[in-house]
Design a protein around this ligand. Structure first.
Ligand code: FES
Length: 89
């Protein structure tokens, strides 16, 4: 049986890219690698979610997160994977 991967999508539209998502790509990849989550997650970029004025934008599964910075992204990922682990129990 194939396990469904959780999808994390970072906006790589020009506004979000310039506002910080360029750096968040590396940070999220490091986070996933350090926690051995690369096989559980499909992490990729897309162009513009239509929330440019509230960027940088990061979508975790079906949740769109706005004004994401380095501090907020770590909290979002910690919260997501903590609740995900609890649901798996
Ligand atoms: S560039 Fe990211 S929402 Fe438009």
């Amino acid at each position: 049986m194939e396990i469904e991967k959780k999808e994390i999508i970072i906006c790589l539209g020009s506004s979000c890219f310039a506002r910080g998502n360029k750096e968040l790509v590396r940070l999220i990849n490091d986070y996933l690698r350090q926690r051995n989550l690369l096989n559980d997650v499909r992490f990729h970029g897309e162009r513009c979610f239509g929330h440019c004025s509230k960027g940088p934008v990061l979508k975790i599964v079906d949740q769109i997160n706005e004004k994401v910075d380095e501090e907020k992204v770590l909290l979002l990922l910690d919260n997501f994977f903590t609740s995900y682990e609890q649901m798996a129990l």
